[in-house]
Ligand binder design. Structure first.
Ligand SMILES: Nc1ncnc2c1ncn2[C@@H]1O[C@H](COP(=O)(O)OP(=O)(O)OP(=O)(O)O)[C@@H](O)[C@H]1O
Ligand code: SF4
Ligand SMILES: [Mg+2]
Length: 337
């Protein structure tokens, strides 16, 4: 059973590394979070902080030279890291589905969309082909594809980027998964389609009772679509809380830096501005806090001791030694009112 009553997915102390010529790159370090039934949890952070590797680790799709070093990924209380490859294949695409960051590489160029959509259904159930076909057409229609029968016989290269992205979402949703992991599902598509796709994921979440792990750079998307947010920095989750906690009472200096970089909730399409300073290299993270070289609140203790994620209020956890001193500047707070 899960320790957290509402959790469908619980990640505990996950550490994933890549062997590189420069040594072991720690992509994800001691990451823990839980996804409750029916909620959308956003994972936000700068490029390279470990968002995709976290998602791929949950799906057990990390390939050499990477490997999961330690941790647990509990889905409905079962540790996915303990399952056989066959059990994991059965679960992937049926119970847990993922929309990948790279839309072009996720579709097979030599098979029709129909073949790719029905393959999962036929693999995971004993349904007749005609039933699988009808289900696939229905899902294509629901993701906003106007002529689904025509798309079923099309090949990926015949579709626009926006259409391919919708097809990928349809592929993830076709077997009504309990958990959808969407890794930057809208970066490859134009802004209008982005909004439609995110609305669609939210609608389907309600209809299908899905839980969604949404990976994004975009704090505007988080404000619009998420219930809770985990902020990642250099392989760690540094803050986790409700959207309200994160946007109105952030307690980690990095979160404050991110929020200071977007002008207001009312201009939500801003992307994260880089905070001054360099992110440390994953082969050479410091002994203490990974953010210390960029942090205005750093003390000597931060250089030599790594902080751990700890509760600052109910449902709000922060990994920082000096969290009591951290507040959102008044001019930023005023913008959000
Ligand atoms: N195949 C690989 N070999 C070596 N290092 C890797 C590999 N894949 C990922 N990494 C490293 O793991 C770290 C986390 O990468 P990840 O792809 O999770 O970042 P991300 O947060 O998803 O970034 P982005 O926002 O750009 O997608 C990075 O330092 C990256 O260089
Ligand atoms: S632990 Fe120290 S360096 Fe790290 S974020 Fe907090 S104040 Fe800054
Ligand atoms: Mg990524």
């Amino acid at each position: 059973m899960s320790e957290n009553g509402c959790a469908i997915l619980e990640v505990k102390n996950l550490t994933t590394v890549f062997e590189t010529r420069e040594g072991n790159a720690v992509a994800v370090d001691d990451v823990s979070f839980s996804l409750c039934r029916g909620e959308t949890l956003g994972i936000v952070g700068e490029s390279g902080c470990g968002k995709s590797v976290t998602a791929l680790s949950v799906m057990r799709l990390i390939q050499r030279p990477g490997r999961i070093l330690s941790g647990q990924v509990l889905f409905e209380g079962r540790d996915l890291l303990e399952l056989s490859d066959k059990q994991m294949r059965m679960l992937r695409g049926s119970e847990i589905a993922m929309v990948f960051q790279e839309p072009m590489t996720s579709l097979n160029p030599v098979f029709t969309i129909g073949d790719q959509l029905t393959e999962g259904l036929l693999y995971h159930s004993n349904r007749p082909w005609t039933e699988a076909y009808e289900t696939a057409v229905d899902v294509l229609a629901r993701v906003g594809i106007p002529d689904p029968h025509d798309i079923m016989v099309a090949f990926p290269h015949q579709l626009s980027g926006g259409m391919r992205q919708r097809v990928l979402i349809a592929m993830a949703l076709v077997s009504s998964p309990s958990v959808l992991i969407a890794d930057e599902p809208t970066t490859a598509i134009d802004v209008t389609v982005q909004t439609q796709v995110l609305r669609l994921i939210n609608e389907l979440k309600g209809e299908l009772g899905m839980s969604v792990l949404l990976i994004t750079h975009d704090l505007g998307v988080v404000a619009e679509t998420c219930d809770r947010v985990a902020i990642m920095y250099a392989s760690h989750i540094v803050e986790c809380g409700s959207v309200r906690d994160i946007f109105y009472t952030p307690r980690h200096p990095y979160t404050v830096g991110l929020l200071s970089s977007i002008p207001s909730f009312h201009e939500p399409k801003q992307r994260l501005t880089i905070i001054p300073g360099q992110v440390p290299r994953p082969t050479n993270y410091p002994v203490g806090c990974n953010f210390h070289s960029r942090c205005g609140y750093a003390t000597e203790n931060c250089v030599s001791h790594q902080p751990q994620l700890a509760a600052v209020a109910a449902g709000h956890a922060v990994s920082c030694w000096n969290t009591a001193h951290v507040t959102l500047p008044e001019n930023i707070t005023a913008h959000r009112r």
